[in-house]
Design a protein around this ligand. Structure first.
Ligand code: ADP
Ligand code: MG
Length: 284
């Protein structure tokens, strides 16, 4: 199974949202990482045919998706960044409705399973108008999974979730991803660091980097340092270096610093994480 994106570009008037995006996806989890406005949702909307690209071609197992029509759409599960969920439906009714749209026969077992996985089984008979943002978010994930799609696209799936729910959602995504192409758009590195086989750094519509999380993290090798200093020195370090974390035990302060050269005599090299490389690339 292979989804190939070849030289796909999209502009909104003068604003180039996506430039020559080219990548072949095979089963496994892919993370599309980048700050707001980097083109993640634009790419997802193009892959799901909600938006027309200006140029480029997308193929599924070698076939142009435009020529596949509904056959392609039935392969997709999509959780949009801003899901529209009909308020008059209960959670369960909404999933039956989605199952009908996707042509799923006998959806009850799937719906029961999805509601349990996203921890909404106890509110399955409540109207979605009474749901919190996090509950709607989890229902949107459940609907994307109905029909056992081969290609699952999740746009900011953990937005609005508390830490426990984030972990539950992350584990669920990981579990269902074995025979699927899963693409997760996010700016939260920790959501995907341990579940993605490939991370794609998207910067202003351009692929700035692509590789396994550990490969990408290694690119910051030799650039991450920890320094123990007094509280009065913090500002001076911040003025001279990219300080990515400040931790105080009440006495001294520990700084985590990104720098190509050793920032001071007392600095110790630290083992880099994907987040360090993310900050390095996006300079946030
Ligand atoms: N419907 C639209 N009309 C005009 N500009 C848009 C539209 N959607 C997105 N953009 C612009 O395209 C760029 C990429 O946006 P988007 O794909 O939403 O990024 P992300 O999902 O990474 O936050 C941004 O500069 C955004 O302002
Ligand atoms: Mg977006």
């Amino acid at each position: 199974m292979e989804l190939s994106i070849n030289n796909v570009s999209k502009s909104y008037k003068q604003n180039k949202a996506l430039s020559d995006f080219t990548l072949t996806f095979t089963p496994g989890v892919y993370a599309l990482l980048g700050p707001n406005g980097s083109g993640k949702s634009t790419l997802m909307n193009i892959i799901t045919e909600n938006l027309k690209a200006d140029s480029g071609i997308i193929t599924y197992n070698g076939r142009d998706i435009k020529k596949m029509g509904a056959e392609y759409l039935y392969l997709l599960g999509y959780m949009p960044q801003y899901p529209g969920i009909y308020p008059q439906f209960t959670a369960e009714e909404y999933l039956y409705y989605i199952a009908a749209l996707k042509g799923v026969k006998d959806p009850t077992a799937q719906i029961t399973d999805a509601l349990r996985e996203v921890e909404l089984d106890d509110v399955r008979s409540m109207r979605t108008s009474t749901f919190s943002g996090g509950m709607k978010q989890r229902l949107a994930l459940a609907q994307a999974v109905i029909g056992d799609p081969k290609i699952l696209l999740l746009d900011e799936p953990t937005a609005g979730l508390d830490p426990k729910q984030r972990i539950a959602v992350r584990n669920y995504i990981s579990k269902i991803s074995l025979d699927k192409i899963v693409i997760i758009a996010t700016h939260v590195v920790s959501d995907i660091e341990y579940i993605a086989k490939t991370a794609i750094f998207l910067k202003k519509g351009i692929v700035a980097d692509c590789g396994s999380p550990s490969e990408l993290a290694r690119k910051s090798e030799g650039k991450v340092w920890v320094i123990r200093c007094g509280t009065d020195e913090v500002t001076s370090y911040q003025n001279s270096f990219k300080v990515i974390n400040i931790y105080s035990d009440g006495q001294d302060v520990n700084l985590r610093i990104l720098s190509d050269t050793k920032p001071s005599d007392g600095a110790e090299p630290a083992s880099p994480s994907l987040e360090d490389e993310y900050i390095h690339v996006f300079a946030v």
